[in-house]
Design a protein around this ligand. Structure first.
Ligand code: ADP
Length: 160
């Protein structure tokens, strides 16, 4: 069975992430969305909230589940028996960072391959940060994030 990890902050999960996920789920037997717990990065949603929201979105997919992790990505891959890491590429601006991540992960474990999927053009402008900026100032995020995440963002910003 070919298992892949799709890692990220997913703060929050967007329709761009969903697009990559759907395509990856058609290639691999099983996908594990690894929600990164990074104490150095201040996130809008807690790792538990992010996993819960993503789990709601991925209900229709039988071969996908979401869990949070901390520590090294390659260690997480080994723990869950993944042979690949999925990453999405939007623009040239993603390239340098992704190259760096690939190089370090490959150095740490050459057994785990990184697979890059190009963003669909309609999502190439979309990031979690853009979705948060729009929602923060009361803009309509329909089409940018799944419905349950839209409500969760509205509730979060109403609280702040
Ligand atoms: P990270 O903090 O690890 O970059 P993100 O949650 O921002 O985590 O992104 C996770 C992955 O999803 C990355 O590979 C990123 O390039 C990809 N991604 C983010 N937004 C999009 C999008 N709109 N289309 C395709 N891939 C995307």
């Amino acid at each position: 069975m070919r298992v892949a990890v799709y890692p990220g902050s997913f703060d929050p999960f967007t329709n761009g992430h969903l697009d990559i996920l759907k395509r990856a789920a058609g290639i691999f037997d099983h996908i594990i969305i690894g929600v990164l717990v990074n104490p150095a990065k201040s996130c809008l949603f807690s790792p538990e909230e992010r996993v819960e929201m993503i789990s709601e979105v991925i209900k229709p997919f039988e071969n996908v589940r979401a869990i949070h992790f901390n520590g090294l990505l390659v260690d997480f891959c080994q723990k869950v028996g993944a042979c690949a890491i999925i990453r999405g590429l939007r623009a040239v601006s993603d390239y340098e960072y992704e190259m760096q991540m690939f190089s370090v992960n490959n150095r740490l474990s050459s057994e785990v391959e990184t697979v890059f999927l190009m963003s669909s053009p309609k999502f190439s402008f979309l990031s979690s940060s853009i979705a948060k900026e729009v929602a923060r100032y009361g803009g309509d995020v329909t089409g940018l994030v799944p419905e349950n995440i839209q409500s969760a963002m509205l509730a979060k910003f109403a609280d702040i």
